[in-house]
Ligand binder design. Structure first.
Ligand SMILES: [Zn+2]
Length: 291
């Protein structure tokens, strides 16, 4: 399993804080990009360690200790490659992405080219190419090391890109693909859109099956309700010829009471069921009780 050490540049506070532009801080952007890059690499089977996992993390308070701390951590972990993530800043006019290495020959140079090959295409940022520099994190690390300047934080357009979650996702994807190319392995990516439409489909299917269950329960409830109402009707007793009695039964029951065929109990209650009302009414219509 290849070990990738990701170094989100700078610190939350202290001597080694980064550049800033339009209220956005480099030290925050670097972590946010790294947080997206890490799971991509892990999904492809890479072992990943980061110098800062959270925005509030501080590697060391002094500048020198902060820079050497990152390199030493990667060295002692015996990382296979080292990737430092930064944002550029200049005069507000400069824009684009570039990747640094100590030398363009050798593996660091090859890694830098692999990553830089994807950056402009993936992010739509201007291609400033692969460059060399003796940055401390590049010279003090004992494995192929690169430093990615994602975009210019003090440039309006680049800043907007860095400030967006979608932009940072694209930066992470570009670096991820570069690492995959460096190792000659296939990308295992799912674009944000693909991911969202898959999640949407899954959610939709779940909702539909829940709706179906709820619908079935609903039907059951309705039929139970009518069953209960039927039972209630059957249990209902009609004691008097009044507005509670079904109007179709009134003439017959009135006749039976008047003729003395039907008598109530001591308190005068007839205590008739609906079935009895029906039976008497049918018999009456058949002429059984006379005129
Ligand atoms: Zn920086």
């Amino acid at each position: 399993m290849k070990k990738v050490y990701i170094d989100p540049g700078h610190n939350y506070s202290g001597a080694d804080t980064g550049a800033a532009g339009f209220g956005l801080k480099e030290q925050d952007v670097t972590v946010l990009v790294a947080q997206k890059l890490k799971p991509m690499l892990k999904k492809s089977g890479f072992d990943v360690k980061m110098s800062r996992e959270a925005i509030t993390d501080v590697v060391a308070t002094g500048l020198s200790a902060s820079l050497s701390g990152r390199a030493e951590a990667a060295n002692s972990w015996d990382a296979d490659i080292f990737i430092s993530i930064h944002c550029n800043a200049a005069n507000t006019k400069a824009y684009g992405c570039e990747t640094y290495c100590v030398s363009t020959t050798g593996n660091a140079g090859r890694l830098a080219r692999c990553v830089q090959d994807h950056l402009p295409a993936e992010t739509g940022r201007y291609d400033r190419g692969v460059k060399t520099a003796n940055f401390a994190v590049l010279t003090r690390t004992s494995m192929p090391a690169i430093l990615v300047e994602t975009a210019f934080i003090d440039n309006f357009d680049d800043n907007k890109f860095l400030a967006s979650d979608a932009g940072r996702e694209k930066l992470a994807a570009a670096i991820y693909k570069g690492v995959c190319d460096y190792y000659g392995i296939k990308y295992d990516t799912e674009s944000e859109d693909e991911l969202m439409s898959r999640e949407y489909e899954e959610l939709k299917a779940k909702n539909e099956s829940q709706d179906k269950i709820i619908g079935e329960i609903g039907i059951d409830i309705e039929s139970s309700k009518s069953d209960i109402n039927g039972i209630k009707e059957r249990l209902k007793r009609y004691d008097y010829v009044d507005e509670n009695m079904p109007s179709w039964a009134v003439p017959t029951i009135t006749k039976l009471v008047t003729k003395g065929y039907l008598k109530g109990d001591e308190s005068g209650k007839l205590n008739l069921t609906e079935d009895q009302l029906r039976l008497y009414t049918v018999n009456d219509r058949a002429g059984l009780y006379g005129e």
